[in-house]
Write a protein that binds this ligand. Structure first.
Ligand SMILES: Cc1ncc(COP(=O)(O)O)c(C=O)c1O
Length: 398
């Protein structure tokens, strides 16, 4: 954070400026093939249909669509039905609407974690998860991750068992950001059981579940929750549009008033207009066909990325082969440092995110995250070729 002539709160001092945003500033040149971001495919954002939904809502509801109002009951009903269909039987009274998944993380962190308290997160974690744990001064215990199983459950148990008892744990079960890996049903069952056994609230951050383009859907961790200790977070950011800034928390009904109080200390409510427009979109049955189009495109894009990684970097790298989501993870030879390769990559007009950004301690320096959702297969192939040129000519490559 920048120096100021006046003191900032301890929490602010802990927050890191987003390294990712800084890196992405470099990648604005239109000639750069950027596999760095995490944007949904722009060409599949439902512009015309959503415009029509907004118009319908304003014509129908007039000033009520532009007023403060309680959370949309229709939206909570839809989300409760959607979650029940995923194996989490719940009532609309258990749904709390947030302004995106990140706000869900921020609210739950405030709810459970005192500054300095212990928190359990994955060794490689989305920067937004780090901000609401490490960034709030938590004593971080990490769970090692791997490219096949996702997390080491024995290590998770050790972290939960240690005294003092952690105030929360966070997992991303589907198409993990940044790794692209997915937890098995058995691992989910075990994670829910561990939360219950050690009495630790487990935050299931699940923005990517609906973006499955191969294999079978798996029940959320919340589906295995007998103790009410699993708090599920969902979002419309990746399935409809990140600009609607709408997500949700599934919790027990008794927790909703407390969650409401915490949220109102940050932000009074989500946009009435956008909640109503999203309900209109959902009730028109537009989400499913939209998802099918997105997932067809992401399947093809992921295939293009995996195919060109195999063709160009088979000898140089290990990488994940996601069954959904928008990212995959690349591990290079131990001695390479992707932070050092970044400038060279920009010179060759290709961008990625160095993997160390997702670790809290600058480790995993030989790794990178690649995004495949917002580039055509042709650009992905060209991007991976450029990247493999950078890597194969890196000093120290064997
Ligand atoms: C794992 C994870 N959690 C939360 C978020 C935040 O999502 P939202 O746009 O709904 O706030 C993201 C966004 O990329 C993410 O990858």
């Amino acid at each position: 954070m920048s120096e100021t002539a006046f003191p900032l709160s301890a929490e602010t001092s802990n927050l890191k400026r987003s390294v990712m945003r800084d890196l992405l500033c470099h990648a604005v040149d239109p000639e750069i093939i950027s596999m760095a971001g995490g944007l949904p495919a722009s060409e599949y954002l439902p512009v015309g249909e959503f415009l029509d939904c907004i118009e319908t809502v304003i014509n129908r509801d007039g000033s009520r669509a532009l007023q403060y109002s309680p959370q949309s009951e229709a939206l909570r009903v839809w989300i409760a039905g959607y979650m029940s269909g995923r194996g989490v039987p719940c009532t609309p009274g258990q749904i709390f609407i947030t302004s995106g998944a990140q706000q869900g993380l921020a609210i739950l962190s405030r709810l459970f974690l005192d500054p300095g308290g212990p928190a359990v997160i994955e060794d490689l974690a989305f920067t937004g998860i780090q901000q609401v744990t490490r960034g709030r001064g938590a004593e971080i215990r990490t769970i090692p991750v791997d490219l096949e199983e996702g997390i080491d459950l024995e290590a998770m148990e050790d972290a939960l068992r240690r005294s003092p008892t952690p105030r929360l744990a966070v997992l991303v079960p589907n198409f993990h950001n940044p790794l692209g890996v997915t937890l098995s049903a058995e691992a989910r069952r075990r994670a829910a059981a561990l939360a219950s056994e050690y009495g630790v609230p487990l935050i299931e951050d699940d923005p990517y579940a609906a973006l499955r383009f191969s294999g079978e859907h798996l029940p959320p961790i919340k589906a295995f929750d007998d103790s009410g200790l699993v708090f599920h977070i969902g979002t419309f950011s990746k399935t409809l549009s990140p600009a609607v800034r709408l997500g949700w928390i599934v919790a027990s009904e008794e927790m909703i008033p407390t969650i409401t109080a915490v949220r109102e200390s940050i932000d009074l409510e989500s946009s009435t207009l956008l909640q109503r427009a999203v309900v209109e979109f959902l009730e028109r049955g537009r989400l499913e066909p939209n998802l099918e189009r997105i997932n067809d495109a992401y399947r093809e894009r992921c295939r293009a990325m995996v195919g060109s990684l195999e063709a160009n970097m088979g000898e140089l790298a290990r990488f994940t082969r996601p069954e959904g989501g928008i990212f995959l993870w690349v591990e290079l030879q131990e001695q390479l440092d992707t932070g050092e390769l970044f400038d060279e990559a920009i010179e060759r007009r290709v961008a990625f995110i160095p993997g160390s950004v997702f670790s809290g301690n600058d480790s995993h320096r030989n790794t990178m995250r690649l995004n495949f959702s917002n580039l055509s297969p042709e650009l992905i192939e060209e991007g991976v070729k450029r990247l493999s040129d950078v890597i194969s000519s890196a000093p120290g490559i064997r």
